[in-house]
Design a protein around this ligand. Structure first.
Ligand code: 5RP
Length: 217
């Protein structure tokens, strides 16, 4: 199976988790896009979705799903999203698509976080994928210097302005042995909006496409 076929397979498997749920949270990225396409068949069963990015909102509307404001939706039963890296404790690196802040808000506001990914995202130790950090633009260089102190090599993602009008720094060469501690440390730096570590609130279920199977963690 190709990587894209594996993404489709896990997206299909995620449909089992939205049965009888009227409002769902929906993430961002190519794996989640497959899931959104499949939602077209459920548009009459779902009241709507809370979206993690402008891109996802557009796609949801295209397949006939109403986009709802999290403020009105309240606590969500389930959130479906992809990841850039996943460790065996279901802790994640996210933000390759730049949507990490809204993704983290929705993950935290949901009772169940179902992560869908192909096997290339499975790692023992997080950090090979550069860690995205969304920052207030005026704090970019300051936060970059703080990342150097933590042992990383920060690179400004120059082509990217987030949906929240902020910048992203990708931090290379971190070996993240204690994801919860690093998440807290980076969260505490003034100017940081969100770090793409999802360890304090990890996924509850991870569906990994491997070979021609879907493995559930
Ligand atoms: C976007 C994300 C995505 O979930 C992550 O980048 C994975 O994307 P893809 O499904 O395209 O591999 O965190 O901010």
């Amino acid at each position: 199976m190709t990587q894209d076929e594996l993404k489709q397979k896990v997206a299909q498997a995620a449909l089992a988790y939205i049965k009888d749920i009227s409002i769902i949270g929906v993430g961002t990225g190519s794996t989640t896009n497959h899931f959104i396409n499949m939602l077209a068949d459920f548009k009459n069963d779902i009241e709507g979705a809370v979206s993690s990015s402008e891109g996802t909102s557009e796609r949801l509307k295209k397949v006939g799903i109403r986009v709802l404001d999290l403020n009105e939706a309240g606590t969500l039963e389930v959130y479906i999203d992809g990841a850039d890296e996943i460790n065996p404790r279901k802790q994640l690196v996210k933000g390759g698509g730049g949507a990490l802040t809204r993704e983290k808000i929705i993950a935290q506001a949901s009772k169940k976080f179902i992560c869908i990914a192909d096997d290339s995202k499975s790692v023992d130790v997080l950090g090979k994928f550069p860690l995205p950090v969304e920052v207030i633009p005026m704090a970019r260089s300051f936060v970059a210097r703080e990342m150097v102190k933590l042992g990383g090599q920060p690179v400004w993602r120059e082509s990217c302005i987030t949906d929240n009008h902020n910048h992203i720094i990708d931090v290379h060469n971190l070996s993240i042995l204690d994801p919860i501690e690093l998440e807290k440390t980076i969260n505490n730096i003034p100017g940081v909006v969100t770090v793409g570590l999802f360890a304090i609130r990890p996924a509850d279920v991870v569906l990994i496409g491997k070979g021609d199977q879907v493995v559930t963690l």
